[in-house]
Design a binder for this molecule. Structure first.
Ligand SMILES: [Zn+2]
Length: 188
C-alpha cells in the first residue's frame, strides 16, 4: 500500500490515516477520504491539530501548486465529519450485507463468545446501565461507536440498536478507526 505524508507534520502512514485535498477550478478546496478526485492532492492527518496547520494558505498553495481559497477550519471539520460518518454507515452496511453483524445485546454477547475474530460495539447514547452490564459480561474487546442507537438501527433497517458484534476483523478495525477519527474532532 502506498504511504502518504501529512503536509502539516510530515508523518508518513497508511492512506486511511489521512484525508486528501485538491484544488477545484474556482480555487476552492475539496476534501475527500480516498484519492478519487483528479489533480494534484495534498494529504493531511485526520485530526484537528494537523488540519488547522495544513490550512496555512502558503503551505497549501505550495503543496497543491495552485492558487486556492483555503477553507475555514470549522467548515473543513464539518465536511470531514460528514465524510467519516458516511464512511461508518457504509462499513456498517457492508458488514450487515455480509451477515457479519449480531445486533442486540444478548445476540451480540453470544457472538462475541463464539466468534474467533471481530469486536463488540456500543452506540454512543447507550444507557450507562446497559453499558456496565455489557462490560461485565463481555469477553474480548469492546469499542465505542460514534453513532446513536437510532442511526445504527437505521443502517440495519431495524429499531434502534445499542449493542452489536461485527464478526469480521478488518471491517471492525475500519469501523473503530473511523469512529476514533470522528471523535478526535469533538470540541473539548
Ligand atoms: Zn499530520
Amino acid at each position: 500500500m502506498p504511504e502518504r505524508t501529512c503536509i502539516a507534520c510530515r508523518t508518513k502512514g497508511e492512506p486511511n490515516r489521512f484525508f486528501r485535498m485538491v484544488a477545484g477550478p474556482g480555487n476552492e478546496v475539496f476534501a475527500e477520504l480516498d484519492s478519487r478526485l483528479p489533480g494534484r492532492g495534498a494529504y493531511c492527518c485526520i485530526g484537528p491539530g494537523c488540519l488547522e496547520k495544513a490550512l496555512n494558505p502558503k503551505n497549501l498553495e505550495r503543496c497543491l501548486r495552485a492558487r486556492v481559497n483555503a477553507p475555514e477550519a470549522g467548515e473543513l471539520t464539518r465536511n470531514l465529519r460528514a465524510l467519516l460518518k458516511n464512511r461508518m454507515e457504509g462499513l456498517l452496511g457492508a458488514a450487515w450485507r455480509k451477515k457479519a453483524v449480531a445486533a442486540g445485546r444478548d445476540t451480540a454477547l453470544r457472538a462475541a463468545r463464539s466468534e474467533k475474530e471481530g469486536r463488540l460495539f456500543l452506540a454512543e447514547d447507550l444507557s450507562p446501565g446497559s453499558r456496565s452490564e455489557v462490560n461485565g459480561e463481555r469477553s474480548g474487546p469492546v469499542a465505542e461507536l460514534h453513532m446513536t442507537m437510532a442511526e445504527v438501527g437505521a443502517v440495519f433497517g431495524r429499531r434502534p440498536v445499542g449493542v452489536f458484534f461485527v464478526a469480521n476483523g478488518s471491517l471492525a478495525d475500519s469501523l473503530e478507526l473511523r469512529s476514533s477519527q470522528i471523535r478526535s474532532f469533538k470540541v473539548a
